[in-house]
Design a protein around this ligand. Structure first.
Ligand SMILES: C[S@@+](CC[C@H](N)C(=O)[O-])C[C@H]1O[C@@H](n2cnc3c(N)ncnc32)[C@H](O)[C@@H]1O
Length: 188
């Protein structure tokens, strides 16, 4: 579908040539411990690879905010998930104060952002803006492509997580994703 060319065209932002597969989506959502009443922030939902599973798991009682920088992806997400709330913005600049005032802090942050593509300043400004919105004891999950995690920016991001989170675990790799990926599960 022409729409998915966006992934390749905007490679500097997507950091991927295609959306994540359904096996990785299930693994991300279950690793995050999402439940029916959870309050979830999704960073970089893209074309909604994780959003579908998040919406199914949250059901009508969950609360969801998705922050997507890409205007076409944002329009698509609003069309496909009319019950969920999306904002088109860079995650590092979005002002969460009105949302948090109304809904409280998040239980869970699910990140689809390509951290290994980001310079250190962007990695830091994103974490500085989103981690304060997560409850103490809340969970932050993000995926990394197996192998790419050995590159310098990916290692730098892994070290940054130590600065913001009390406990960080790494899951098994999902080999049936293209490319294979694993998940970091971090507790605040
Ligand atoms: C690797 S894609 C992942 C999309 C989807 N979660 C998946 O796994 O298929 C990264 C997504 O993050 C978005 N993105 C990149 N930088 C961003 C930023 N600073 N703030 C918000 N979204 C961003 C991109 O537009 C893209 O949709």
């Amino acid at each position: 579908m022409a729409f998915y060319h966006n992934y390749f065209e905007h490679f500097h932002q997507t950091g991927a040539i295609a959306p994540s597969g359904p096996k990785l989506a299930k693994h991300v959502v279950s690793s995050a411990g999402v439940k029916a009443h959870s309050h979830v922030l999704e960073l970089g939902p893209g074309t909604g690879a994780f959003t579908k599973d998040l919406e199914r798991t949250l059901g009508p009682d969950g609360r969801y905010l998705g922050i997507e920088i890409n205007a076409s992806f944002h329009t698509h997400l609003q069309k496909v998930h009319p019950e969920l709330h999306f904002e088109q913005a860079p995650g590092q600049d979005f002002d969460f104060s009105a949302w948090v005032k109304q809904h409280g802090q998040f239980d869970i942050i699910v990140s689809g952002l390509p951290w290994a593509k980001f310079p250190e300043e962007l990695q830091t400004s994103l974490l500085e803006n989103v981690v304060p919105q997560l409850k103490d004891g809340g969970t932050f999950v993000t995926f990394a492509y197996t192998g790419v995690h050995l590159l310098k920016p990916a290692k730098r991001f892994r070290s940054l997580l130590d600065r913001y989170f009390a406990k960080i675990e790494r899951t098994r790799s999902v080999m049936l994703n293209f490319p294979p990926a694993f998940v970091f599960v971090a507790e605040k």
